[in-house]
Write a protein that binds this ligand. Sequence first.
Ligand code: NAD
Length: 479
Amino acid sequence: MENIKNYINGNFHNPIQNHWIDNYNPSNGEVYGQIPNSSKEDVEQAYKSAKSAFPSWSQTSIEERSRILIKISELLEANLDRFAKAESKDNGKPISLAKAVDIPRAASNFRFFGNAITQFASESHESINQAINYTLRQPIGVVGCISPWNLPLYLFTWKIAPAIAAGNCVVAKPSEVTPMTAYLLGKICNEAGLPKGVLNIVHGLGGSTGQAIIEHENIKAISFTGGTATGAHIAKVAAPMFKKLSLELGGKNPNIIFADCDYDDMLNTTVRSSFANQGQICLCGSRIFVEASIYEKFKKDFVNKVKALKVGHPSEVSTNIGALVSKPHLEKVKEYINIAKAENGIILCGGNQVTVAGFENGYYLEPTVIEVPNDDCRVNQEEIFGPVVTIMPFHNEDEVLQMANKVKYGLSATLWTNNLKRTMKMSNQLQAGIVWVNTWMMRDLRTPFGGVKASGIGREGGFEALRFFTEAKNVCIKY
Ligand code: NAD
C-alpha cells in the first residue's frame, strides 16, 4: 500500500483526526493506498506554518527565490520517470503522455516563474505637478491553491510556482482523486531547500478540506481550477470575505473546421484535441463543426482514425487511450452516451466500455464520436469531460459563430482555415479566453490563460499570475 501524508512545515504528518480515504488505481480498479481526509484542524496547522514562514520568505531576495524554484524544476526533471509512473498510475493516463507532457510541464512551471519573477517590474508615473507615483507589488500573505484531477501535477504547480515566486506562502490541496505526485513534490521541495512552511500540502475531500481552505478568514486569495459548480460555490463563500479569486472552470470548446484548411494537419490534430488524456482536458475541442462541403469526407476519415486508437493499460507504450480517472466519472460519461442516443444522436464509433485483458476492473471506454442532429442537444451543451466528441455540419461563418458561442462556457476555441479575413473576424467574435488557429494546445507560458462566461474569472500565466499573487500599492511622493 502506498499511503500518503500531509506536508506541513517541511514535515510529513498523518491527519489529526486519523480519517483516511482510499486511493484507487483507475487502470485496474484496485485500492492501492490511502490519503488523509484532512479536517479544519489540519488546515489550521498548515495555515499557521505558512503564516510563520511568510515574514522571512517575503523578504527573501528575488534571486534566492528564483534559484530555489529553478532547483525544484531541475529535480523534477531528474525524477521524470518516477513522477511519470506515479502520475500514470494515479490518474490512468498513458505513461507516454505523463512523460512527454505532464511532468515536463510541471518542471517548466517552476523554471518559468523562477525566471519570470526576476523580470517582473511595476509601473511608475511622473506627474507634472512635481510628484512621482510608483507602484509596489507586494505579496499577499498566505494564499490557497486548489486543483483538479485531470492534469494533476501540471495544474497544481501552475498555481504554486507563481504564488511562491511572488513571495507568498501557500496552503495547497490537490484533487483527492489524484494526490500522489503532489505528495512526492513535498519531498522535492525539501531537497531543493525550500524553507519550511513556504508550501504546505493538505489532502482530503473538497467539501471538508477544500471548504476549510476557502472559509479560512486569513487565507487571502484562492486560486482554483476545477468544475464550474465548485467555482460558483467558492465565489459565494469567498466573495463576502473579499478574497482575491482566480477561477479556471469548465469548458465545452468548439473546433471549427473550414474546407480551406490544411486537411491532414487538421485531421491529425483533431484526433488529439478530441481524445488526448481520454478527452479529460478542459481545452479539448469536444464540439466539432465541419463545413458542409467536406463534412462527409471528414466524417469518414476521422472515424477511421479514431477507430485505430488503441485503448489499453496506461503503462504500455502503444496505448493511445488509457483509463478514465474514476468509476463515478466513467459512469457519468457513459450516461451522456445514453443521453445522446435518446436525443437521436448517431454513434459513429465507440460508445462502449472496454475490457482490457488482465485489468478487467479498470475504467476503460472506447473513444466515441457522435453525430448530433442539432447544436441544442444536451451532449452539445453540457461538459462531458471524457473521450466523447460530437460532430455536425455548418454552412457559413455566421451560422457556425452563432453555434460556437451558444453555450454557457467560453474557455477555448479552435479554428481551422487559411483565410486571413475569416481568421480575424472569427477570432474577434468567438466568446473564449483562448483561440487557436490551425493548431491546438500550443502553449507559451507568457500568455494569458483563462476563460470567459461560465469558464471562469481571472487569467493565469506569465505576469498575469504574478499580478494575481501580489497586491498593487501606489506610493505618491511630492518633491
Ligand atoms: P471539482 O470542481 O470537482 O474539484 C476540483 C478541486 O476542488 C478538487 O481538489 C476538489 O477537492 C476541490 N473542491 C471540491 N469542492 C470544494 C469546496 N467546496 N471547497 C473547496 N474545494 C473544493 O473538479 P474536478 O472534477 O476535479 O475537475 C474537472 C473539472 O475541472 C472540469 O470541469 C474541467 O473542465 C475543469 N478544469 C478546468 C481547467 C481550466 O484551466 N479552466 C483545467 C482543468 C480542469
